[in-house]
Ligand binder design. Structure first.
Ligand SMILES: [Fe+2]
Ligand SMILES: [Fe+2]
Length: 487
């Protein structure tokens, strides 16, 4: 039955927003649906569309027990529209309207700003599915393959979430934007996705894990900021998306962790103590730690770029209008207006990296990025605990924020991972020490051999400590064999 917590499965589009009584929006979404399925079959996971995958589907927005697990063919996944329950008496949390009742309809003066934020968020969701579409073919286990597909179907659902907002609240131009979201393509020359990191390839599984750890975490921070929006439907949508997003970062953190674990074990077995004996380690069929560090450098720096310019009028306007808040806005103890406050920003002034106090309103992006850096540190520490436990002398570190940047203050300069400025020449000469080279990519690629036997894992990655949904590691998470026999 339809109520605001449980999901109505009677319409073609599962939802908890009472679509069966909102004929106009239901019709618009039904019209969009075939194009979506078309996109999924053309640009979604390559192969496996007929395989049974053990996936979770959202059946409620109740934090305790919101999902059920079961085998489903991906094109038959019940993508739906789910919003966190309305909070009674919710007010606009920040900016010049702080304290007034949250908007249930789009505030006219902020319409285009709001639409743009929703479109940018929406654009990232299908983009990552496109970037990851080849990975099923080289999955190191059925467990990993299942996690990839889980992330993919949920990114698909996040696209639905943004498309619902566009269709419901933005009329004809919302419908047009919804169509465009299916037309842009990651890496396309003519119609690329809107943000840089979402046009980069995800060529191998270590890239996938780094992407879900670092880049999905940017997504998390953006969703956290939008969950603080004074436009209540956006806030409620993002709050529920965050529930799903947590798993994506789990996949990334544990994926990198298991890669490190396996490398350490192989090194110990072979009696290699020097992590920089790269040829020796690679000969064992595992990924050497310096290369894992380079991958982290790469994905971390690309993800920092997603936060935009450190000093930004757009960000100030979004905050001041109450459309986008800070990370955990409601828990911050200040006046939530920031009219006279300052915030320390790392800037490039006269060719030097210095901390400069800037108006806090203009530094909203910087603050969110700082929160991101803190958030990203936790998993890195856990990776280092694995190294410590295994007795391997190596530490994964996050590079300086000036390193390898293409947006903001440091886009114009080159820096090493410690933040020391380099000439363009020096950078060219040394960049292979810090970001993956073609040869590094080729080596990783050589390890990407599929392992689809139930309970088996490719040699470069350790099995997970626990399975999904309390299932054992040797559970048949994807019925790949079904494909052949059904064909
Ligand atoms: Fe997402
Ligand atoms: Fe995600």
């Amino acid at each position: 039955m339809a109520d605001l917590v449980n999901v109505d499965y009677n319409t073609s589009i599962p939802n908890n927003v009472n679509l069966s009584e909102d004929r106009r929006v239901l019709k618009a979404l039904e019209k969009w649906h075939p194009g979506y399925l078309n996109w999924w079959s053309n640009m979604g996971p390559e192969g496996f569309q007929e395989s049974l995958v053990y996936l979770r589907t959202a059946v409620s927005v109740d934090p305790k027990g919101w999902a059920k697990f079961g085998y489903v063919k991906m094109p038959e996944y019940r993508w739906g529209i789910l919003l966190a329950p309305e909070e009674e008496g919710r007010t606009i949390p920040c900016g010049e309207h702080a304290g007034k009742p949250a908007w249930q309809e789009v505030p006219g003066e902020y319409r285009s700003m709001l639409r743009r934020l929703i479109v940018i968020q929406g654009d990232t969701e299908p983009a990552s599915v496109e970037q990851q579409r080849h990975l099923g073919q080289t999955a190191p286990s059925l467990y990993d393959m299942r996690n990839l597909f889980q992330v993919n179907v949920e990114e698909g659902r996040h696209l639905w979430a943004m498309v619902y907002l566009l269709q419901k609240y933005f009329g004809a131009d919302g419908r047009e934007e919804a169509d465009m979201l299916l037309q842009r393509q990651s890496g396309s020359e003519d119609h690329p996705r809107m943000l840089g990191a979402f046009n980069e390839a995800t060529p191998d599984w270590l890239s996938f894990f780094m992407f879900t750890y670092f880049t999905d975490r940017d997504g998390k921070m953006q969703l956290e900021a939008l969950a603080q929006s004074g436009f209540d439907p956006l806030s409620r949508t993002c709050r529920f998306m965050l529930t799903e997003e947590a798993h994506h970062m789990f996949v990334g953190e544990t994926g990198v962790g298991r890669t490190i674990q396996r490398t350490c074990e192989a090194m110990k077995q072979a009696g290699i103590t020097d992590p920089y004996d790269i040829d020796g380690v690679r000969a064992l069929g595992v990924i050497d730690l310096p290369t894992i560090q380079k991958k982290a450098n790469m994905h971390y720096s690309l993800s920092l770029d997603l936060f935009g310019s450190e000093i930004s009028t757009n960000a100030a306007n979004a905050f001041n209008s109450g459309i986008k808040g800070r990370y955990r806005e409601a828990k911050i103890e200040d006046d939530h207006k920031l009219e006279r406050d300052t915030y320390p920003v790392l800037r490039l002034i006269d060719g030097k990296v210095v901390i400069s106090d800037e108006p806090a309103l203009s530094a909203i992006n910087m603050r969110l990025r700082d929160d991101y850096v803190k958030d990203a540190t936790g998993g890195v520490n856990r990776w280092n605990n694995i190294l410590k436990k295994e007795g391997v002398e190596f530490q994964i570190t996050l590079p300086h924020v000036a390193f390898h940047r293409h947006q903001g203050e440091f886009a114009a300069i080159h820096a090493d991972p410690d933040g020391n400025l380099l000439s363009a020449e020096e950078w060219e000469k040394r960049k292979d020490e810090w970001v993956p080279s073609k040869a590094d990519g080729d080596f990783i690629d050589s390890l990407m051999k599929p392992q689809w036997e139930t309970g088996k894992y490719a040699g470069w990655i350790s099995p997970p400590r626990v399975g999904i949904d309390n299932k054992p590691g040797d559970f048949e998470y994807v019925k790949v064999s079904g494909v052949a026999s059904n064909a």
